[in-house]
Design a protein around this ligand. Structure first.
Ligand SMILES: Cc1ncc(COP(=O)(O)O)c(C=O)c1O
Length: 424
């Protein structure tokens, strides 16, 4: 087993350094990169961890400190990736946050990563660091509502125009990438479960040397790694599958290199850094991402098949179903289809509400990707701000139900659905 020291100067002896008139024992920290392991789950557990041989700690500590001694002239000082210097101030960087970033980057295959206080923090800092006043962004029309609002209203107010294309238009590559400073897509769209052809879009963008930014929240780094498919930047709402337990709000951006320093500077300026406790929780979530996604994937598929065969269900939207118009694109771009599905109940919104009221396992709540199943009507939550016409245009009838399959036993979820559907 090799322990490669990463971004800091390591040593095994306790050292002393003079700061002012005092001598301090230098905390001796080892970043265990455990180079050479290829398996996703091994890296999920081992990569990025900060271990101090003096304590023998097995998990990374929470560095609950807002500031750091400066200047830190210690020979073995631990280095902040964003500055190339020892840590100095918590809004710039913190060892626990950085440990999470290292673990994520190892799984995403992204080289670099920056964590944020929310998924929206990751999206806004990334896009604003890459597209400026007078420049144009191309984006998918069927985006998460808040992302759409950021591009269509907030950024427009700052002098940054966004052109929107539908998923079908973007998948058919009906755009001239050279007109744009960046292209932004979601790889699986909410709530209709359409799938973007990331490989094809990335090819078109890279021919024009325009960065493709992919929000891969619904896929997670277990089911899809957009950088390997040719994208330059990937963003996630860590709140969902990466955190995995519906107990935190956080975001992350991974990039192959070029974009890192601009986005890091904007994170500093906007103050969209996460805190060390959240980062610790996210890191803990990441350790079981592979195990959880296997179960989310199989529950998503089992439930989609069950609902497709049920006489009270009109339509199921799940990219793993062979009947999905996105199935072949999904097979090309995803290694698993995830736990998110949408369906229409015969009888419309009243029937959908009756179903939701009678389910005992799934909680009625927005958000997704946690170990517990969640169910929501987009008309009441994520898409409530649209007019009925806009919703129909986006393919979202009022009776459409979105389900986030957790990791409960599939037999229990099916029995619960069976009983609740009987009440309609
Ligand atoms: C696809 C997608 N991207 C981004 C976000 C924003 O993430 P957060 O709520 O962590 O800011 C969400 C939230 O639901 C989402 O579904």
């Amino acid at each position: 087993m090799t322990y490669a020291s990463g971004n800091f100067r390591a040593g095994r002896e306790r050292t002393q350094s003079a700061i002012g008139n005092h001598y301090f024992h230098c905390m001796y920290i080892v970043l265990m990169k455990k180079a050479g392991f290829r398996g996703f789950n091994t890296r999920a557990v081992q990569a990025g961890e900060i271990k101090d041989p003096r304590f023998g700690n097995v998990t990374t500590p929470i560095f609950q400190t807002s500031t750091f001694e400066a200047p830190n002239t210690t020979e073995n000082a631990y280095i902040d990736n964003t500055t190339g210097k020892p840590f100095m101030y918590g809004r710039w960087g913190n060892p626990t946050i950085q440990a999470f970033e290292e673990k994520y980057a190892s799984l995403e295959g992204s080289g670099h990563a920056l964590a944020f206080s929310s998924g929206m923090g990751a999206i806004s800092a990334t896009v604003l660091s890459m597209v400026g006043k007078g420049e144009k962004l191309l984006a998918l029309n069927e985006l998460y509502g808040q992302t759409y609002t950021l591009f269509a209203r907030t950024m427009r107010g700052l002098g940054i125009e966004t052109d929107f294309l539908t998923l079908s238009e973007i998948n058919r590559a009906e755009f001239d990438a050279r007109k744009y400073k960046a292209v932004f897509i979601e790889s699986i769209v909410n709530p209709t479960m359409g799938v973007a052809d990331v490989k094809r879009i990335a090819r078109v963008c890279s021919e024009a040397d325009v960065p493709l930014i992919v929000d891969a929240t619904f896929a997670s780094p277990y089911n899809q790694r957009p950088i390997e498919l040719g994208a330059r930047v990937v963003v996630h709402s860590v709140t969902k599958y990466i955190g995995g337990h519906s107990d935190l709000i956080m975001g992350i951006a991974g990039c192959s290199g070029k974009e890192f320093s601009g986005t890091a500077n904007l994170r500093k300026a906007l103050g969209t850094n996460p805190d060390p406790i959240q980062s610790y929780l996210a890191m803990r979530g990441l350790k079981t991402l592979g195990l959880r996604m296997e179960k989310h994937n199989s529950n998503g598929m089992t439930l989609s098949r069950f609902l497709s065969d049920h006489q009270k269900i009109r339509k199921v939207m799940y990219p793993g179903l062979e009947t999905s118009e996105f199935h072949s694109i999904a097979k090309e771009n995803l290694s698993g289809y995830g736990g998110m599905l949408a369906f229409e109940v015969k009888g419309g919104i009243q029937a959908a509400r009756t179903l939701m009221k009678n389910l005992r396992i799934a909680s009625p709540a927005p958000s997704l990707g946690g170990v517990e199943s969640l169910i929501t009507l987009p008309v009441d939550t994520s898409h409530g701000g649209l007019t009925p016409e806009e919703r129909m245009k986006a393919g979202i009838p009022d009776g459409l139900v979105r389900f986030s399959a957790g990791i409960e036993d599939a037999e229990d979820l099916i029995e619960d659905f069976n009983l609740a559907l009987e009440k309609i």
